[in-house]
Every structure is written in structure tokens, then in C-alpha cells.
Design a protein around this ligand. Sequence first.
Ligand code: SF4
Ligand code: SF4
Length: 189
Amino acid sequence: MPVRVVKVKRHENLGFLERLYVPMIVKGFATASRHFFRNMRGFITGDRTDFVVQYPEERVDYADAFRGMPVLVALDNGQPKCVACGLCEFACPTDCISILPGELAGSGIERYPEVFDIDMSRCMFCGLCEEACPEEAIVLSRECEISTYERGAMNFHKEQLLVPEHLLKRRLDFLRAEYDRQSAPAGKS
Ligand code: SF4
Ligand code: SF4
């Protein structure tokens, strides 16, 4: 099920009615009431498809900008694209990434992560690791159902983090479009 992305306008300069405060409270109640009665009508008529996702049978197709758990991009040969430079580890504000670099003799790749762990119990899905990576080797996925009964199980190892590149295409295309937009001259984005 596709989701609708709502862009919220943030007014820095309040208008007269907004400064009066009470009209905005009334407006808030009106909005909440509208949704309440709309949902109530759907509940009574059985037409709930426009606002209720019957989870877990139905899943929302998150927007490309959605930030789920970080994963490692896997090349066609199954190896990580990561070159173990450590930039994501350095950028991570919660220190939840642990990398042990190794060398692949005779492979033409100087460094690779012998160990690449992310402690998801500390990760806050901020995306700084993704931004820091010069290789597009770590990206935020759509996966967010990672709850467990044991804290130790939240420490994801390299093998659990590897995802084939073609499955991450939407996120990678989104990131490339974002970088293009950010690097475009002013007025051209
Ligand atoms: S998403 Fe943020 S908190 Fe999680 S591993 Fe990346 S940098 Fe760290
Ligand atoms: S920044 Fe990218 S290439 Fe460097 S260690 Fe992290 S995932 Fe690997």
C-alpha cells in the first residue's frame, strides 16, 4: 500500500489569529473531530481501506525517504561494498558501529570489513553513517521490525546486515537524486 507524503509548512511568523492562541486550539479540535468522525464512519460502513492498514497482513510501502535500519550493500559476489574506512563508525553519534578491517590477499581490494557489527538497540536510524560513507556501502533500509526479547540479539553482524544491491536500488536512487539536488547551483534544484 503506497503512503502519501505530507509536506508540513512551518510558519515562522505567526498571523493575528495564531497569536490569539484560542482560535488555533479550536482549529485543532476541529481537525481532530474531522478525523474522528471520518474514522467512525469507516468503522460503521466497513470502508476502512483509506485510513487503516490491517497490519501485519497488510504492509505500508514506505516512502523512499523512510529511514529504517542501516544495512550493508552487498556486491554481486556477496561481498560487502564496504572498504572498512571507518568513516561511518566515526560519524555515528551513538557509537553503535564496530568495524575490524581486514585485508584480502590478491583480490585487488585492499581492505574489507572482517567484522562489521551494528548494535541496533542503540542505533537511532539517523542516517549519519549513510551520509558519511564515500562508497554507498551502508544505507538505511525499509526494515524496522527488529524487536527481540534479548538485548544481545540486537547486535547485528556483517552476515545479517548484507543486502544485495538490487534490493536497495530505490534507496540508492533516492540518495543519488538528493545529492544531485544538493550540489545543483542555487535556483536549479
Ligand atoms: S543510523 Fe545513525 S545511529 Fe544508526 S548506525 Fe547509522 S549513524 Fe549510527
Ligand atoms: S563509511 Fe562506508 S566504506 Fe567506510 S567503513 Fe563505513 S560502510 Fe564501510
